[in-house]
Write a protein that binds this ligand. Structure first.
Ligand SMILES: Cc1cc2nc3c(=O)[nH]c(=O)nc-3n(C[C@H](O)[C@H](O)[C@H](O)COP(=O)(O)OP(=O)(O)OC[C@H]3O[C@@H](n4cnc5c(N)ncnc54)[C@H](O)[C@@H]3O)c2cc1C
Length: 397
């Protein structure tokens, strides 16, 4: 019979969310183990972190009706510079954090009108943006198509190299004393009398824990053993991506560029990422001719100079989408079972705030005010915790 081992905090999933929470806990001296079924790196695909574009862009994506999410995104954005610096110091790995900003371009009258509406709305929110004419956009990015009519320049929408961040997090987490078990799949979450007891893993071992964090991205809802009332409503949303090689001595663009249903993200290593489709296909992660064609056509319309560029990689990723596109953070009705999932299109941006807030919840037993609107209760309005106002701040143990 397999011997049960004691682990105070277990985190399921070694993507950016699981590893950054683990890093914060380990830094605080908390014993913590991250369980990842793959190896941290390319083998994780189609998990979202390796697949991502790494944009830290709360401003240009701000939309009516998403004010709550916007404040969380903005708060996390404000923490990124320090998060990146600390990560670089702890790991010795450059995270590729870049602050040139983002240009959103319009190619015809219709697009320009729509873009101007967006600009007016976002300016009303107090966002720092600049409306620029096509020729000015081309002065800043000479390879842009000559039919670019107008653009928004957003100086505060930044980017980071998500793959380097993940490798840096792995290094920093281990250096801080965290335990990482790769090639370890959680096969069941163990719950007894409404208290989490640990997990079972593929080897047949049982790992005991008083606190288990679900950070398994698009797979979070399907983990066996989660009681129905604690299950996060998360589903996979597929994104196809392309990387082409830019000439090393003369990168085609310096800013992140957005067009209609496409974005282009230049990396310091000379790659230009082109993304991404948004598809509801369950766990299917195939590349498709139609998806790749659409991305390349839209990218080519904005930046015809990509015509000769070698394609160096094609991949798909599965975003963990929630019902309202916002993350699901905090306690569940099961004592000790914590959610950190559903980050959808913003999981890279939201990593610093998620890590700080979930670590604080685990270490103090208090749910930080910033993440209270993002609890599981919002999908289960009849949850007794919420209706009775029963103390949801009791200790996690
Ligand atoms: C194409 C694309 C572009 C994106 N662009 C951006 C962007 O520009 N900016 C941004 O902020 N966000 C972006 N996102 C979203 C962002 O990548 C995600 O929100 C974020 O990576 C989610 O991180 P995660 O750690 O929750 O999930 P993941 O990275 O998916 O990690 C979950 C991990 O859990 C592991 N796991 C699953 N089940 C088990 C199990 N049973 N046992 C053990 N381990 C398990 C998986 O192997 C996986 O490694 C993009 C996503 C995609 C797909």
């Amino acid at each position: 019979m397999a011997v049960a081992q004691q682990h105070p905090v277990l985190i399921i999933g070694g993507g950016i969310i699981g590893l950054s929470i683990g890093w914060r806990l380990a830094q605080a001296g908390q014993a913590v183990t991250v369980l990842e079924r793959s190896e941290v790196g390319p083998a994780m695909l189609p998990a979202a972190t390796w697949a991502s574009a790494g944009m830290l862009a709360p401003y240009i994506e701000a939309e009516p009706g998403e004010e709550r999410l916007f404040s969380l995104l903005r708060e996390s954005h404000a923490r990124w510079a320090d998060f990146s610096q600390e990560l670089m110091e702890s790991s010795g790995i450059d995270t590729g954090y870049r602050t040139e900003g983002t240009l959103v371009v319009a190619l015809d009258r219709d697009q320009a009108e729509r873009l101007h509406h967006q600009y007016t709305f976002q300016r009303r929110l107090g966002i720092e943006l600049e409306w620029i004419a096509g020729p000015v956009a081309r002065q800043r990015e000479p390879h842009l198509a000559c039919n670019v009519l107008a653009a928004i320049y957003s100086p505060l929408d930044h980017q980071v190299d998500n793959r380097k961040v993940l490798i840096a997090l792995r290094t920093a987490f281990l250096a801080a004393g965290g335990i990482l078990r790769e090639r370890t799949t959680v096969t069941e979450i163990l719950v007894d009398r409404n208290q989490v007891r640990g997990v079972k893993i593929t080897s047949g071992e049982t790992l005991l824990a008083q606190t288990v964090v679900i950070a398994a991205g698009a797979w979070s809802a399907g983990l066996p053993g989660i009681p129905r009332e604690a299950r996060p409503p998360v589903r996979p949303v597929k994104g196809q991506m392309i990387a082409i090689a830019m000439p090393e001595d003369a990168p085609l663009v310096r800013h992140v560029i957005w067009g209609r249903d496409v974005y282009l993200v230049p990396r310091r290593d000379g790659r230009l990422l082109i993304g991404a489709t948004v598809e509801e296909r369950g766990f299917d992660s195939h590349l498709t001719a139609g998806g790749i064609y659409a991305l390349l056509r839209r990218a080519w319309e904005i930046l015809p100079s990509i015509d000769e560029a070698p394609v160096v990689e094609l991949w798909t990723g599965l975003r963990p989408g929630s019902r309202d596109d916002a993350p699901i953070l905090g306690r569940t009705p099961v004592e000790g079972l914590i959610l950190a999932t559903g980050h959808y299109r913003n999981g890279i941006l939201l990593a610093p705030i998620t890590a700080d807030a979930i670590a604080e919840l685990i270490l103090t037993g208090e749910t930080p005010a910033l993440i209270r609107p993002f609890g599981l209760e919002r999908f289960h309005p009849t949850n007794p915790r919420q209706v009775s106002g029963a103390s949801s701040e009791d200790q996690l143990g």
